[in-house]
Write a protein that binds this ligand. Structure first.
Ligand SMILES: [Zn+2]
Length: 273
């Protein structure tokens, strides 16, 4: 049923209520006044009672009409009892009338958004390359139950150490630091979040994360880990090997921190092929 028809029903119901109030008021007033001069001298009881009956019939007829109108009023589709805010809908101030409507419509939008997000999460979940970082969960309160091994620290000669976080056989996160840098927190656990204080290892951290994604193989995860370890191993000559493009070791005071993924040849960031 259209909104205008709903409003018409509401208008006629309100009009009927006003009329019922007026007629009932008149009826009660007549009862209170009792018999009066207007009823004449003869059969005045009969005239008085007849007048009351007419008024009562009028009131009861209109009550019947009101019931009819309310029965025709369709129930509000899918009522949304939004907690205490439902009382906003009872506020008669003109300014307040749209508030509850807007609230209900926003709530419905939010509900739809949740629904679409759940469907999207379902599709994303089918992608085996997905990572638990930023993972969408249908239920936000549910903890991430995917298996995550405790972080591992890998040391490469006296050059660098890398902290790796594995999810099963997939590498999730890499942090590279200098060989002499602190990599544990005061409680003895590995510090997986703080960056190296050296620019060179910050660059390598960024590049290693890119390499980790590049080498990842959903079908052969162990091959991905192996390729990544080979990549990491190529930094053994970080402070001795020259850039393949410019032929210099230092560029902006930084050695070649980029490794070409296939050949593992060293390049400065600015000299990348
Ligand atoms: Zn270069």
């Amino acid at each position: 049923m259209s909104q205008s028809t709903d409003l018409q029903h509401l208008h006629s119901a309100l009009r009927l209520i006003t009329e019922i109030r007026a007629r009932s008021g008149k009826l009660l007033q007549n009862v209170a006044d009792g018999m009066a001069v207007k009823h004449g001298d003869e059969n005045k009881e009969k005239r008085f009672l007849s007048e009351l009956k007419t008024l009562l019939d009028g009131v009861s007829g209109q009550i019947g009409e009101l019931e009819q109108t309310l029965n025709n009023q369709p129930p509000i589709s899918n009522p949304l009892p939004l907690g205490q805010s439902v009382y906003l809908s009872l506020d008669t101030a003109i300014d307040s009338i749209p508030i509850y409507q807007n609230l209900v419509s926003s709530y419905r939008w939010l509900d739809k958004t949740h629904e679409y997000a759940s469907s999207a999460a379902g599709f994303l979940g089918q992608n085996s390359l997905n990572r638990s970082i930023g993972k969408v969960s249908k239920n936000r309160r549910r903890p991430n139950t995917s298996h995550t091994a405790p972080p591992k620290s890998v040391t490469l000669d006296r050059i660098l150490k890398a902290i790796l976080i594995f999810k099963g056989l997939m590498i999730e996160w890499v942090v590279v630091k200098g060989f002499n840098e602190e990599s544990t927190k005061p409680d003895g656990s590995l510090d997986v979040w703080s960056d190296s204080k050296y620019q060179v290892f910050q660059r390598i951290t960024e590049n290693a994360n890119a390499a980790m994604l590049n080498f990842q193989s959903p079908l052969y995860p162990e091959l991905g880990v192996k390729s990544f370890m080979t990549y990491l191993h190529s930094f053994l000559k970080l402070f001795t090997e020259k850039c393949k493009k410019c032929g210099y070791h230092l560029h902006n005071n930084i050695p070649p921190t980029w490794r070409e993924f296939k050949t593992l040849e060293p390049f400065h960031e600015d000299c990348r092929p």
